[in-house]
Ligand binder design. Structure first.
Ligand SMILES: NC(=O)c1ccc[n+]([C@@H]2O[C@H](COP(=O)([O-])OP(=O)(O)OC[C@H]3O[C@@H](n4cnc5c(N)ncnc54)[C@H](O)[C@@H]3O)[C@@H](O)[C@H]2O)c1
Length: 262
């Protein structure tokens, strides 16, 4: 069997927790190399998982390893430039969510994929869950009729990710919405047949992350919490349809209630 030669860019939490173990279990892929700009990070992870090669420069990795595809597991700010570069070098790309920091970057990534003829996929893995697949089938079979109003609610009870750069606006682009809410929004749009959104009205707020720390996912500097911990939006879709959307990061450990009731 021909195996897809894969390299990983960014040796942090999601690479170690998900991508590396999954690619190493998949006989259709050979995970041959990993790159991370932080000195020693790729080497540590390569040794931990038995990945043959490691680099501090992803460009060097692409130049030397003869890869078919890369998985981009960097902070969000680097999703667009690294994706466009890798596609331009003739590789397929699986890029972590959120796709990009803004629509303009996203469009550039799509254009790069079209021009290269390679596959660009964004890691919206909720679409592949069995319950999502079942819901999609039920909707496509017409059992729910014409869906015209969807309410999406994403509440992360585990708290705010305290490692890496998750609370840094410049590097991540946002908080609850782009980090977690984006999965459920993508799922809702996909289940509705991917309609083109006509208009969005939204508000965001910082009411939890700026408080002294009671986070179940470890401490961060609450006096320098730069992203939103709550986002609410109304999305107008063609044909008088709509999505109402809420996303929270709740940092009250173990709570099963929405933030207002904590
Ligand atoms: N699909 C999901 O459910 C899911 C879950 C967690 C994280 N993510 C996404 O994965 C991405 C990474 O998250 P994480 O938790 O692994 O973060 P992390 O901070 O643990 O790791 C990011 C790593 O990328 C490295 N890096 C930064 N810039 C780089 C560059 N230009 N080239 C190579 N390496 C670079 C950093 O040194 C760091 O080791 C984020 O976009 C996040 O949104 C997705």
């Amino acid at each position: 069997m021909t195996q897809l030669k894969v390299g990983i860019i960014g040796a942090g939490g999601i690479a170690r927790g998900r991508h590396i173990p999954c690619f190493q279990r998949n006989e259709k892929a050979a995970l041959v190399a990993i790159a991370d700009v932080a000195e020693g990070a790729a080497e540590r992870v390569a040794r931990e998982f038995g990945i043959p090669a490691f680099y501090t420069s992803y460009q060097d990795m692409i130049d030397k390893e003869g890869l078919d595809a890369v998985v981009i597991c960097t902070p969000n700010k680097f999703h667009a430039p690294v994706t466009i570069d890798a596609l331009g070098r003739g590789l397929h790309v699986l890029c972590e969510k959120p796709m990009a920091l803004n629509a303009e970057e996203g469009r550039s990534m799509l254009q790069a994929a079209q021009e290269s003829g390679k596959i660009l996929s964004i890691a919206f893995h909720y679409r592949h869950k069995p319950n999502a697949r079942a819901a999609k089938q039920i909707i496509e079979d017409g059992e729910l009729g014409d869906i015209y109003m969807v309410r999406v609610q994403a509440l992360r009870r585990r708290g705010i990710p305290s490692w890496g750069t998750f609370t840094n606006k410049e590097i991540q682009g946002g908080g609850a919405m782009v980090d977690f809410g984006v999965h459920l929004l993508d799922l809702a749009l996909w289940l509705m047949g991917s309609p083109r959104v006509q208009e969005v009205t939204a508000v965001t707020s910082q009411r939890l992350g700026t408080r002294p720390n009671v986070n179940s996912w470890g401490p961060w500097n609450y006096q320098d919490f730069q992203v939103e911990d709550h986002a609410a939006a109304f999305l107008r879709l063609p044909g008088g349809k709509a999505i109402q959307r809420l996303a929270w990061m709740c940092f009250r450990c173990g709570s099963t209630s929405p933030p207002t009731a904590c």
